[in-house]
Design a protein around this ligand. Sequence first.
Ligand SMILES: [Zn+2]
Length: 278
Amino acid sequence: MLSAELFLQGWAAIVGLCLGSFMNVCIARMPEDRSVASPPSHCPACGHKIRWYENIPVLSWIFLRAKCSSCGTSISPLYPLIEILMGLLAVLLWREFVPLFSLSNLAAWVFYTLFVFMLVASTYIDLRHYIIPDQFTIYAVPFGVLGVGGLQLLGYEGPHAMTIGHAFVGALAGGGILLLTIGAWWLIRRVEAMGFGDVKLLAMMGAFLGALPAVPFILVGACLVGSVIGMLLMIKRGSGLKTQVPFGPFLAIAGIAYVFFGEVLIRDYLPIWWLGAA
Ligand SMILES: [Zn+2]
């Protein structure tokens, strides 16, 4: 039994590595509105078409010694790091969602792995370009709501199991609470507290995780992570309060933390919240 379990986790790791490889394409192309499907991957410096054996996650980067085989331009270590990160997350998600192999658990793993994929990609793109692609936020809301409905039909009962109605309310609550915050902040200070990308991102997360206790958990978590990193940045750069830090990555990090630890943390430490949850 143990070896079968290891085999399945190894398979999950390979899927994760390949997702990481695809994420690298998304990260490079989506901010410029280029298709992620065509043309095939090529070296950004010389246009050399990347052959299949030069496109194997992590291994190719090592065999190519971090250089394009045609022009020798160096390939950033961020490429294999993203692949390793996604491989690791896919295995951790497998351990959380597939304690027993069943169709509904497998479907939940696929669903929440794609969710985490979108959060990691959004974080990277937001940090580099100060935008979050709509494909990973507002366009993913119906996918999240219908996916929760599909899991419900399959009789899924594992972590984050809920009804399609909860997913719908979650999306409204996630987007709504940030819209209200922006509106209130605008009335008081006449500045935009955050971008609408963050509103769409939290709406998407609400669709995948429900309203309670996920949305308040993510908001509080994002503010905590944000204040720590914000203070560190201020100390390092010696700049004032106006240092621009995008909020989206903190929401995404808190969302990933919620997928893994949220339910347990709240059940053990804040049971009063749990009573209101589904
Ligand atoms: Zn090249």
